[in-house]
Structures are given as C-alpha cells and as structure tokens.
Design a protein around this ligand. Structure first.
Ligand SMILES: NC(=O)c1ccc[n+]([C@@H]2O[C@H](COP(=O)([O-])OP(=O)(O)OC[C@H]3O[C@@H](n4cnc5c(N)ncnc54)[C@H](OP(=O)(O)O)[C@@H]3O)[C@@H](O)[C@H]2O)c1
Length: 223
C-alpha cells in the first residue's frame, strides 16, 4: 500500500535521496526546498514541491496551510547546516550561532507543531540529528556549535514524542557519515545506503520506541 510522505529540506543530499527512494517505492511525496531550481527538480521526480525556508519566520509559519488536508504516514525533518568547522573552543560569531541554531533547532520547533493536524493514524516522524550531538559518545570537541545544535534537537524530538504520543512515533537519526555536500567526498557511506537504512528503521518504529535515538542501521545511540 502506498504511503503519504513529507520531507522537509529536500534540495540535495540526504533529503533529496529520501524523495527519490519514497517515489521509487510508489509513495506520494510532498517535499520542500528553497530555490526555484530545486523545486523544479522535485516536481520532475513526481513530488509536490513546496517552498520553505525554516529560518524565515513568514515562510516557516506558512507550512500548516500548505499541507492542509494532507495525512502524512511519514515525515522526515532533514534541513540542517554545519556552520563553522571549529577544532577547539572558538567562540562562534553571533551570526554563525543564529544560523546554526535557527536552522537545526528553531526549524524543527517551527515545523513540528504544524504537523499535528496533518498526520495519518500511526504516523512516524524522523529528525535528522547526528552522533556528533551525543554527549555520552563524545570523544572530540570539533564543531562544538553543530554538536550543541544536535544535542538540542534531540531534546526537541523527545518533547515532541511526548506531546504527540498516541498520534505519532518519533525518533532522531544519525545518518552515518554520508558522502554529501556536508559530509564531503571522503565520508564513510553513500547516501543510498544511509537513506535505505533510515527508511527501514522509520517503517518499523513502534510506539514504545518513540523518543529514541538511532543510527541509520537501527542501532540505538546513547544521548
Ligand atoms: N552528511 C553527513 O555525514 C551527516 C552526518 C550527520 C548528520 N547529518 C544531518 O543530515 C541532514 C542532511 O545533511 P546532508 O549531508 O544531506 O547536508 P547537505 O548536503 O548540506 O544538505 C542540507 C539540506 O538542508 C537544507 N537546508 C539548509 N538550510 C535550510 C533552511 N534554512 N531551510 C530549509 N532547508 C534548509 C539544504 O537546502 P539548500 O540547498 O536550500 O541549502 C539542503 O537540502 C542535516 O540535518 C545534517 O546535519 C549529516
């Protein structure tokens, strides 16, 4: 049976691959991007393309009416930025701090409340976090602003799991170290492997697992 899917941040990399794979499986896909070129490419893949910039207050607050009438079985909140490639304790500029936190934390906090009326029964929602956000697994301080944003979005995911209990099951994902613009060409895995794994985990996510943090292959991760 085909599903109805929403992907937030689908112009390239992991988000675009989610669109490709769900479309290849015959699912109905609504996907968001910021540029006209990306919107056209999403339409060419057979997705319904919506313009959305999660850092723009007016744009982000318009999501609810754009998805009015939809009942999504799966939602993936993928939009993210890395920000400064710091190695030690370099204080970020205010502009970098705002950009990373607004995209990676405020973005999901804007999107999640607008989903409540657009969820099919037993919907599953995946948030793209990162193992770099795990405090328990941490052995390096590189990219501390990005790390802080992903630790924060894990907290956001957990609150959403509690608030949406009985309506939807949520989890955070580490997608692996993936060959994308963000991950770079020397990363461990290709985007197809990462997304195929996360689709499987999301499809199998049970209500009693809602609020968990998983690697792309389904291994649970420490906070
Ligand atoms: N690649 C990795 O190894 C890796 C590892 C751990 C976690 N992740 C996470 O996985 C997610 C996807 O990463 P990726 O590797 O695919 O990154 P990417 O290739 O850099 O793509 C980032 C995506 O986010 C979108 N985006 C950025 N800012 C946005 C905004 N303000 N509003 C809407 N969309 C926005 C981008 O759209 P534009 O084209 O418009 O900029 C693009 O579609 C991110 O959350 C990232 O933190 C990636």
């Amino acid at each position: 049976m085909s599903s109805s899917v929403l992907i937030i941040g689908a112009s390239r990399g992991i988000g675009l691959e989610f669109v490709r794979q769900y479309r290849a499986a015959g699912d109905r896909v609504v996907a968001t991007a910021r540029s006209e070129d990306a919107l056209a490419a999403l339409s060419a893949l057979g997705a319904t393309a919506l313009k959305l910039d999660v850092t723009d207050t007016a744009s982000a607050s318009g999501l609810a009416w754009q998805i009015d009438g939809h009942q999504f079985d799966r939602v993936v909140i993928n939009a993210g930025v890395y920000g400064p490639r710091s190695e030690g304790l370099q204080t970020p500029t205010e502009a970098d701090f705002d950009s990373v936190m607004h995209t990676n934390v405020l973005g999901p906090m804007r999107v999640l409340p607008q989903l409540a009326d657009a969820l099919a029964p037993d919907a599953r929602i995946g948030l793209l976090s990162s193992r770099m956000g795990s405090i328990g697994l941490r052995t390096s301080s590189s990219g501390w602003l990005y790390r802080a944003s992903k630790a924060a979005v894990n907290s956001v995911m957990k609150d959403a799991a509690l608030a949406l209990a009985g309506k939807a099951s949520l989890c955070s994902f580490h997608p692996g170290w993936v060959r994308t613009d963000m991950g770079g060409s020397g990363a461990d895995i290709d985007v197809q492997t990462s997304v195929a794994g996360m689709r499987t985990v999301l499809g199998a996510l049970r209500a009693d697992q809602s609020g968990s943090f998983f690697n792309y292959d389904g291994q649970p991760l420490a906070w």
